[in-house]
Ligand binder design. Structure first.
Ligand code: MG
Length: 341
């Protein structure tokens, strides 16, 4: 992909954006000049070339696919919408004609071409600097340009009110395509002498620590299972079986990294975590702030979206006798509707 940038954008963002599959080049002083610079920088093996305005961020995959399919079949395709308003042709403020609106389309981008078609048009008419899009050069060169019906929300953001409309459209799309899901997790580990007291991604001074194949961090384990639960991805024991010697003594932060990768693959977003530690010892309350900060950092969440609390078991059962430590966790995530029907 070639990204054509001008002025401040090129200076400030160019170095950040270039690399991988993206090449950044300098724009021209007109739209056509920018298209020419971008076209020259394309790699040689592309069969089809699409030109898109950076000011149209709301373009849908269907519109992009539509122009590619049509360009491959017929050579040139332009995304467009039918004119909504009645059109008037006027000279000096006086209406001279009211053309038939049904014949008028408003051109958008992407405008997509077979490479040879666009190359021919740019070579013959690329010096006509007042062309407002390159498809008119393609027409002039005698190629048929097909209309691909697009949608009105593929708007070009040029004035302040466009920004308000675009924000409303984006909010509407996000709201309608994501579900909020909850997940629940639980973990318990025996406390034994001589193990480090690893909890919530940090280590506390204590004569005992959780026994376990990994570092035995009940908070990160319960929270990880809660997160996997919300995306329907099972539990951490499947990916990190205690029988596998490769995972002996690993930091539970690695387990969390694995879990966050699954979240990202699912197109989901972690919103919040709430955990309850159950322990007779060590005393957790003096460490609330540190444990909360470290939990937030492990899951890359702002601290405001993490809650951590602790209960003793009132001297009852194994936890009450100080022989074990447990944790319950709840997670909420935004999950794409299509990925989790
Ligand atoms: Mg565990």
């Amino acid at each position: 992909m070639v990204l054509v940038l001008t002025g401040e954008n090129l200076k400030e963002r160019g170095p950040l954006l270039s690399g991988g599959k993206v090449k950044v080049v300098e724009g021209g002083d007109t739209r056509l000049g920018s298209v020419l610079n971008g076209f020259r920088a394309l790699s040689g093996d592309l069969e089809v070339v699409a030109v898109h305005d950076g000011a149209r961020p709301l373009v849908s995959p269907a519109t992009i696919r539509g122009t590619f399919t049509e360009a491959l079949a017929s050579g040139a395709a332009v995304a467009a919408v039918l004119a909504k308003d009645t059109l008037k042709e006027a000279v000096g403020g006086i209406v001279e004609a009211t053309p038939d609106r049904a014949r008028f389309w408003q051109a958008q981008t992407p405008q997509t071409y077979r490479r040879d078609v666009l190359a021919d048009a740019l070579e013959r008419f690329g010096s006509e600097r007042d062309a407002t899009d390159e498809s008119q050069l393609v027409e002039k060169a005698g190629h048929k340009v097909r209309i691909v019906p697009s949608s009105y929300d593929n708007l070009k953001i040029t004035t302040p009110e466009d920004l308000v409309i675009a924000e409303a459209l984006m909010k509407d799309r996000t709201g309608s395509s994501l579900d909020t899901r909850a997940g629940f997790g639980y973990d318990i580990h025996r406390l034994v002498e001589g193990r480090p007291m690893v909890i919530s991604g940090t280590t506390l001074e204590h004569p005992k620590g959780p026994q376990g194949h990994s570092d035995g961090d009940v908070v990160l384990h319960a929270a990880s299972d809660a997160v996997l639960g919300a995306i329907g991805a099972g539990e951490i024991g499947i990916a990190f079986p205690p029988s596998d010697p490769r995972f002996k003594g690993i930091s539970s932060r690695r387990i969390v990294e694995f879990v966050l990768e699954r979240v990202s693959e699912a197109g989901a977003e972690l919103i919040s975590l709430d955990v309850t530690i159950v322990a007779e010892e060590p005393k957790i309350k003096p460490h609330y702030a540190a444990l909360k900060a470290s939990l937030a950092s492990a899951f890359s969440l702002p601290e405001g979206r993490v809650n951590l609390k602790a209960k003793s078991n009132e001297g009852l059962d194994a936890i009450g006798r100080g022989e074990a430590i447990a944790c319950y966790a709840a997670a909420s995530l935004r999950v794409p509707r299509s990925a989790a029907p």
